[in-house]
Design a protein around this ligand. Sequence first.
Ligand SMILES: NC(=O)c1ccc[n+]([C@@H]2O[C@H](COP(=O)([O-])OP(=O)(O)OC[C@H]3O[C@@H](n4cnc5c(N)ncnc54)[C@H](OP(=O)(O)O)[C@@H]3O)[C@@H](O)[C@H]2O)c1
Length: 231
Amino acid sequence: MVSRSINESVLSHFSDKNKHKVQIHSCDLSNLEQSTQFANKLIDSTRIDVLFNNAGLLTGDLLENLELDKITATLNVNLNTPILLTRLFLPSMIKNKFGLIINNASVSGEFYFPCAQVYAATKGGLTLFTKSMQLELKGTGVNTLLLITPGIETKMMEQLKEDYSKHMELDFLSQTIKPEEWVDQIMKSVDKDERICYPSGSTRVGLFLNRHTPKMFEKIIMKKFERNKNS
Ligand SMILES: NC(=O)c1ccc[n+]([C@@H]2O[C@H](COP(=O)([O-])OP(=O)(O)OC[C@H]3O[C@@H](n4cnc5c(N)ncnc54)[C@H](OP(=O)(O)O)[C@@H]3O)[C@@H](O)[C@H]2O)c1
């Protein structure tokens, strides 16, 4: 597991539950050089069968209000580093004729809201990257799993509510699920060897509406958006 912070309680949670050996490494995945060095060290010492690009950053404001550093960090953590890590880990997976690359995208890669432009660009990019890789990897023994992740009750959701409420009514966000529920769905997709894990329930209906009646979806969303709210 990789993150910037090292949380020992997470480590003991996994070690106790599954009796697997779990290590947490500190690496800033927004820094491409640091990420490359970290990955190369790992490749030299460990066989990698599964790469789960899960780390993510959220942006949620008018574009002109976003700091350039935040934009760059979000592009790197959500899109550039997953591409970089896939590129670095892939040769040994192909050599072993075995591997799985799981990319955590988002419904925001399909929906588009005001104030979500940079986040949506990274998740839309990650979605197409994953779909394209799946075709390219056909017959190699290496596969991809794309997660079209819905609203999950994590720290990111707290941040989303705070950031987006500056310009939007958030009543359409009531359909959030617990992380454990989403993990169950991901594990089912892994067991069934699926290539895409979609959310169920009303989020799935929303995806359908967005795809097939985009004008109606846009109308609903634009009723929630106010550029000059609070000013
Ligand atoms: N929650 C949702 O509603 C939702 C919806 C759709 C998609 N997703 C996606 O699901 C994934 C997990 O998000 P979450 O909801 O669990 O968010 P979260 O609670 O904010 O957790 C984000 C994780 O990413 C790590 N991270 C962030 N920046 C990093 C960096 N520069 N280097 C290394 N690690 C970094 C964080 O660890 P440190 O802070 O310690 O670095 C943390 O472990 C993300 O890709 C997110 O986009 C979430």
